[in-house]
Ligand binder design. Structure first.
Ligand code: PMP
Ligand code: GLN
Length: 367
């Protein structure tokens, strides 16, 4: 969809990346690192300054104590952390449970490992999982429960009962919990609880995040995972031969970001929250029904009230009709379940206010 936006000149509310830079200190730290000659391979686990900053961040925000030397692994974005984790733990026929819709990379990674993807539906507009459907999805063949909260594409934040049930099921069936928390700091009033902080979770949980969303540096691809040392070692064995290492000068820069005062994190969330409200109002004025997200970069909107039943077709036509690009929610759902999500479209609001205002005006012309 980004290529379509570039080709047609449409406003790209498809792919989730900000169009403004994040904290100046973080950008300056990367420039300084390059000037200081931090341009060669970093250590396989990541630079100590970053591993220590990640451990300190987990302690400061969540009270999680980590050994930076053995329980923190730096990766090429959250993407590599997810891929290496799935390749490390999922063998042919092993089951992996995710919610659905899901971040699209999950299905591909599970398939690449030979795993079987089981999903638990989240339904528009509340996106709250049914505990019985969650229970039914997990069994003794489940190797991994892959959690994503705050969630892409829905903007849902899992509630305490759901998180507790996931831990209970993982313990009962001896599954590993993998949790993708890349939107951890981009919440709008809803509290983000890392699942690793729940009783019984820590020893079986791999927590994944990255600097891309928090510091508006999605192109830097500095991610990480934190987990008990034996789990980290298993993932490292895969990561060694995927990328080995990446992003030397960006590692200390993200370490600088992680050390910034609380207010910097909160201001970023507040700014994004106002942008959410701006695009939400625009979509409602244009005639969409929306689900107001509690976190993240995206709003899911239902185009059915506008007379569009097929979001994929609408998204292909939207650049022509309205000069805007969105992504059909069916892109985050297995093909056999497209029908249940067919009129839904995901729009990114991590864009400048003038861009969101212009996009809203253009979408209003649809009805
Ligand atoms: N997980 C989710 C839920 C995401 O939305 C993204 C960002 N597109 C990623 C992982 C990938 O993060 P990174 O860019 O750090 O690889
Ligand atoms: N996570 C972002 C999104 O969902 C971008 C990542 C990607 O395009 N692969 O749009």
């Amino acid at each position: 969809m980004s290529a379509l936006a570039t080709r047609t000149g449409a406003i790209n509310l498809g792919q989730g990346f900000p169009d403004e830079d994040g904290p100046a200190e973080v950008l300056e730290a990367a420039r300084q690192a390059i000037a200081d000659g931090v341009n060669q391979y970093p250590p396989g686990m990541g630079m100590p300054v970053l591993r220590e900053a990640i451990a300190a961040h987990q302690q400061r925000w969540y009270g999680i104590e980590l050994d930076a030397a053995s329980e923190v692994l730096v990766t090429a974005g959250a993407t590599e952390a997810l891929a290496a984790t799935i390749l490390a733990f999922v063998d042919t026929g092993d089951e992996v449970v995710t919610f659905e819709p899901y971040y699209d990379a999950y299905a591909a990674m599970i398939a690449r490992a030979g795993g079987v993807h089981r999903t638990v539906p989240l339904r528009f507009p509340e996106w709250r999982p049914d505990p019985d459907e969650l229970r039914a999805a997990v069994n003794d063949r489940t190797r991994v429960i892959l959690v994503n909260s705050p969630h892409n594409p829905t903007g849902a934040v899992l509630d305490a009962e759901t998180l507790a049930l996931i831990v209970e099921l993982a313990e009962r069936h001896d599954a590993i919990i993998v949790t993708d928390e890349v939107y951890e700091h981009l919440t709008f009033g809803a509290a983000h609880t890392p699942i690793a902080t729940l009783p019984g979770a820590r020893e079986r949980t791999i927590s994944i995040s990255s600097g891309g969303k928090t510091f508006a540096t999605t192109g830097w691809k500095i991610g990480w995972l934190t987990a008990p040392a034996p789990l980290v070692t298993a993932v490292l064995a895969v990561k060694q031969y995927l990328t080995y290492v990446n992003g030397a000068p960006f590692q200390p820069a993200i370490a600088t970001g992680l050390g910034l005062p609380d207010a910097v994190f909160m201001d970023a969330a507040a700014t994004l929250s106002a942008k959410r409200d701006l695009l939400a109002a625009g979509l409602v004025t244009a005639g969409f029904t929306i689900s107001l997200p509690h976190a993240g970069y995206f709003i899911v909107a239902d185009a059915a009230p506008l007379g569009y039943s097929d979001g994929a077709t609408l998204c292909r036509e939207l650049p022509e009709r309205a000069g805007v690009v969105g992504v059909p929610v069916s892109a985050f759902v297995h093909p056999e379940r497209h029908a249940a999500y067919s009129s839904l479209v995901r729009f990114a609001f991590c864009k400048r206010r003038d861009v969101l205002e212009e996009a809203s005006g253009r979408l209003a012309a649809l009805s």
